[in-house]
Design a protein around this ligand. Structure first.
Ligand SMILES: C[S@@+](CC[C@H](N)C(=O)[O-])C[C@H]1O[C@@H](n2cnc3c(N)ncnc32)[C@H](O)[C@@H]1O
Length: 284
């Protein structure tokens, strides 16, 4: 792919999704966009690029964004954040109930659903400790295709083997041939919808807990800062914010404060007192 063509894709992706592409990703652009060109009936990527120089159809741009997003995820990914959720964050609400006893959670880059469904299963397991509480999980993503998969809640043997404890698999999934279907009791706890993190967030409402994991790594510093600061405005004053293991707020924004003892956990004011416990396992 020549540099001028590459720059067209680089600019579209940055503007429409935040994704930053370095020049060495030219091979990736080519391999992921060739099927898109084929689907749209173009001879190849260079023909598709010509269309993009004019006013391209919105659906074509969406297909390009979908093809370039990385949807890698797994149940209870990295384990630790879910330990922290169960052993530090939930006990905070058990001892400091909000007036409505309604815990609102936002998974801001939910991919194929493993992250919000992991939280839903965890909440189901912990529900006895919070008897009069309601839990809402809003799960959003920029990719319509991945959201459709998430809503279906159907996973392969390989996917359920990655991180999901066997007890939870047996309890909350139904086997159908070589597929595993998540039960309705978990599915109905999660509300999936399209949302681009570059868009205004005020219509989303307020959340107690935001999971924004393993998406900001694809963005440049000003975009990370902008998203973190706008997301923090959607948090309750005593809310919690989770980032991925390779992500941090340090050097990016002061609007989210680290919880010193807990890597990957942030609060809005820095004055939320949560007792940090070190558990043995995530979900048992
Ligand atoms: C690597 S996955 C992370 C999934 C999950 N949070 C986890 O940690 O396992 C990143 C997700 O971010 C989504 N994404 C990328 N850019 C986005 C944007 N601008 N707005 C919303 N979602 C976006 C992708 O479609 C993808 O599903």
């Amino acid at each position: 792919m020549n540099i001028t063509d590459f720059d067209i894709y680089k600019d579209i992706l940055k503007e429409k999704s935040g994704l930053v592409l370095s020049q060495d990703k030219s091979y990736l652009v080519e391999s992921r966009l060739n099927p898109v060109a084929k689907k749209w009936g173009y001879e190849g990527i260079s023909d598709m690029t010509k269309v993009l120089r004019g006013v391209p159809p919105k659906d074509l741009v969406n297909d390009i964004i979908e093809a370039m997003t990385t949807n890698e995820t797994s149940f209870f990914r990295d384990t630790k954040p879910f330990d922290v959720f169960k052993n530090t964050v939930l006990p905070y609400y058990q001892t400091n109930p909000n007036s409505s006893k309604h815990l609102k959670i936002w998974c801001a880059a939910a991919s194929s659903g493993q992250e919000p469904y992991s939280l839903a299963m965890l909440l189901k397991e912990e529900a006895a400790k919070m008897p009069d509480w309601r839990f809402s999980i809003s799960a959003t993503d920029i990719s319509h295709e991945i959201l459709a998969q998430a809503k279906d809640g159907i996973y392969s043997q390989f996917e359920v083997q990655r991180g999901l404890p066997i007890t939870l698999l047996m309890k909350y999934f139904i086997q159908d041939g070589d597929k595993w279907i998540i039960k309705d009791e978990i599915k109905k706890m999660v509300n999936f919808k399209y949302f681009n993190l570059l868009d205004g967030m005020s219509n989303l409402g307020k959340f107690d807990i935001i999971f924004c994991r393993n998406v900001l790594i694809y963005f440049d510093q000003p975009t990370k800062k902008d998203i973190m600061e706008r997301a923090s405005k959607q948090m309750a004053d005593d809310g919690f914010f989770f980032l991925g293991g390779a992500e941090t707020v340090l050097g990016i924004t002061e609007d989210l404060k680290i919880v010193p003892e807990v890597r990957g956990l942030y609060t809005k004011t820095g004055s939320v007192h949560c007792e940090v416990k070190t558990p043995a396992v995530a979900t048992g």
